[in-house]
Design a protein around this ligand. Structure first.
Ligand code: UDP
Length: 192
């Protein structure tokens, strides 16, 4: 995708449909990918935290998650087609993973929320191979990463909130070729 730079963060210029199609291709080819869905809050944080800014530049895809980013792009004269949220992308990928029996690892949220999400995935997406699920409150990061690597997931959804989830992914994604994506509060929404 071509990108549009806002406050020095490169946003992909594409639609939800084209983006999800690209992710499906990437997963099928076992590419190592890092997705960040960035809202204005993330942009402001990046401005004050160079390490996070660098991390955004190193991500494969940064999407405009929030109307503020779309409006900003418009004002700068470099419009972006539409919002691409973590939640919508997560749902689209779960649907595809169900159809194609992909391996999914879920990391994040409180234990009870995660339990509810696991139950929902098992009920609504029976084709998914749920190869691991771990709540987002852990001390031993290395042990969690080892569990993910051993599970050989096609996709790892990390829902520990920003900026934690992005730092986690950036630090560990090289351990295993998968699609790594931060999905913020999406598990709470999924759990209902
Ligand atoms: N969370 C977590 N581990 C933590 C902190 C937060 O798993 O150490 C989870 C929290 O339970 C929630 C999710 O991260 O499910 C998103 O939190 P929040 O809404 O604060 O983040 P945002 O949506 O702004 O990224």
């Amino acid at each position: 995708f071509s990108t549009v730079s806002i406050l020095d963060v490169p946003f992909i210029k594409t639609t939800n449909a084209a983006f999800v199609a690209q992710l499906k291709q990437d997963v099928t080819a076992h590419q190592n990918r890092f997705v960040v869905t960035a809202n204005p809050e993330i942009l402001m944080y990046a401005r004050e935290h160079p390490d996070y800014q660098a991390l955004l530049k190193a991500a494969d895809y940064v999407t405009p998650d929030g109307i503020g980013v779309i409006q900003g792009a418009q004002i700068l004269g470099t419009p972006l087609p539409e919002r691409i949220t973590g939640y919508d992308t997560l749902l689209a990928l779960l649907t595809w993973a169900d159809q194609t029996k992909r391996r999914v690892f879920l990391l994040g949220a409180k234990p009870a929320v995660l339990q509810a999400v696991v139950a929902k995935v098992q009920r609504d997406y029976p084709g998914i191979q749920l190869v691991g699920a771990r709540d987002g409150y852990f001390d031993n990061e290395e042990a969690v990463v080892n569990t993910i690597v051993a599970a050989k997931p096609d996709m790892v959804f990390v829902a520990t909130g920003f900026p934690k989830q992005e730092f986690f992914i950036a630090a560990h994604r090289q351990r295993f070729d998968a699609l790594w994506m931060g999905v913020g509060g999406s598990f709470d929404v999924l759990a209902g």
